[in-house]
Design a protein around this ligand. Structure first.
Ligand code: SF4
Length: 481
């Protein structure tokens, strides 16, 4: 097939109508405001669109204009835009922006590339995007997707985005200049992905020479796979080495889970006995904290994971070994050990940051396939989830802030699997070691299995094994098909 760029871009114009609109385009269309386009573009560098959108919304609520931005200090900006990538640098750029614009451009956003690139945090790509989206003026923004896809098509042969931009300026009709970036960003995020592009479902596959491409391999459909039910168990063991001395291996043998997700293992793999590090019949995965004897998570799975993800991309949590994700052919298992807000609530802010970052991480995964998230959430959601709610309203694990995050989680469609099957009070997964709390069932339900809303029909059962001892937590169970 001859390669006709105009025909291809026209096909993609139709195709991306059903795609998610890139966040900067959305802000441009919604606001028609060069200031907001500039700020959103700065925020969007090396950041997922979902994260940029929520950070921009928080920032614009406080700083809808350049004048309002000038009133915010760097620390406030950091808080507002976290967790966008390089948020500290970006806060510094945004703090400096009003002064530089006042000094050099009479408090106006300039529209020329040479002027825009003098602003802090603005490179050529950002400048082109602001000129195109913020002012509707002729410019070719060359995002990584544009550079990559144009080379895959053989339309340009270039090494750097700047070379691609210059080549496109010479050969691409000007009517496509503003639009080409939005088209190829949307197309590159959803179909022609950087890793394993979806050539099998691509609307321009018949024209594409696929230069340097390894297309994705299609996995068998769910209906052609065994339909067995998987038993998953999540358990905060409060020290894996300690619980080994309390019959852990025999308990696991009796319970015979398909997947066993552990939290608070408090050990590096090399500190574990061989029989625990390499549990017979299972594939073992560990994400330990860098601090010895602290936090950490592990997963044992009968089936080997296709991929393993350590952490969620934020060093504050990743170095504490908080999240371990296993990817299987038709679902993700995300094992989490949420930070504790502490008795004096000194880590409540950090926990809120973790909740927010994890929530985005999970939403992102759920766009691809089923997600099962389990672990010690360190929060009782409702008054039914602890024995003495009135006495604990100000205490870590039952503060309004922590419970509100659980509300937001449920409101966005995540299903608390235990509550799906059981609405009774009095079912707990953690008891203090003090004052015979477990014997008197004065406990909290802080260990959960959640699934994304689209996976509701895959749930079979969920329950709590409060008869299993060995830790101050007991195992919680999800049967999933
Ligand atoms: S056929 Fe594959 S490589 Fe070519 S544009 Fe489509 S998704 Fe990208």
């Amino acid at each position: 097939m001859p390669f006709n760029i105009e025909e291809i871009l026209d096909i993609l114009e139709q195709e991306v109508r059903s795609y998610q609109v890139p966040v900067v385009d959305l802000i441009a269309v919604q606001t028609n405001d060069p200031y907001k386009v500039l700020v959103a573009t700065i925020l969007s560098a090396r950041t997922r669109d979902e994260v940029t959108a929520t950070a921009a919304a928080r920032l614009f609520a406080q700083a809808p204009t350049l004048e309002a931005l000038a009133l915010l200090d760097e620390e406030t900006l950091q808080r507002l835009i976290f967790p966008v990538g390089f948020y500290k640098n970006k806060s510094r750029y945004l703090a400096a922006l009003p002064g530089i614009l006042a000094q050099d451009f009479s408090c106006q956003i300039p529209s020329e590339i040479d002027q825009l690139i003098t602003l802090p945090g603005v490179g050529r790509k950002t400048a082109n995007l602001v000129r195109a989206q913020g002012f509707g003026k002729s410019a070719i923004c060359v995002d990584t997707h544009v550079h990559r896809i144009m080379n895959i098509w053989g339309y340009v042969e270039s090494v750097t985005p700047l070379q691609t931009e210059m080549m496109l300026r010479n050969k691409l009709a000007e009517k496509y200049w503003i639009r080409v970036n939005s088209l190829l960003v949307a197309f590159g995020q959803q179909t022609c992905r950087p890793v394993s592009p979806h050539c099998d479902s691509c609307v321009v596959s018949q024209f594409c020479p696929r230069i340097g491409v390894t297309p994705r391999k299609i996995k068998p459909s769910a209906s052609s796979q065994p339909t067995g039910i998987k038993r998953m168990i999540s358990w905060n063991v409060n020290g894996l080495r300690a619980i080994v001395g309390k019959g852990f291996l025999d308990i696991v043998k009796d319970l015979a889970p398909d997947i066993l997700a552990l939290q608070e293992i408090k050990a590096m793999p090399e500190q574990l006995p061989d029989a625990v590090r390499e549990l017979a019949g299972y594939n073992s995965y560990f994400h330990s904290a860098s601090k010895k004897g602290y936090a950490g998570v592990a997963v044992y799975s009968r089936i080997a994971a296709d991929k393993v993800y350590y952490g969620i991309g934020d060093h504050r949590f990743d170095e504490e070994g908080r999240v371990l994700t296993l990817e299987f052919s038709d679902f993700y298992l995300v094992n989490c050990y949420f930070p504790n807000a502490r008795h004096d609530l000194s880590r409540l802010g950090l926990k809120d940051d973790f909740n927010r970052a994890l929530h985005l991480f999970l939403e992102d995964l759920a766009r691809h396939k089923s997600v099962v998230v389990c672990g010690d959430f360190n929060v009782a959601h409702t008054e039914k989830d602890l024995a003495r709610p009135a006495a604990n309203v100000m205490n870590a694990g039952f503060t309004a802030e922590e419970r509100q995050w659980m509300d937001s989680y449920v409101k966005t469609g995540w299903i608390d699997t235990f509550r799906h099957y059981n609405q009774e009070a009095g079912h707990y997964s953690w008891w203090s070691y003090r004052l015979g709390a477990r014997a008197r069932n004065i406990g909290w339900r802080i260990d959960y299995f959640f699934v994304d809303t689209a996976s509701k029909s895959r749930m079979v059962d969920a329950h709590i094994m409060n008869e299993i001892h060995g830790s101050d937590h007991c195992p919680v169970v999800l049967d999933f098909k």
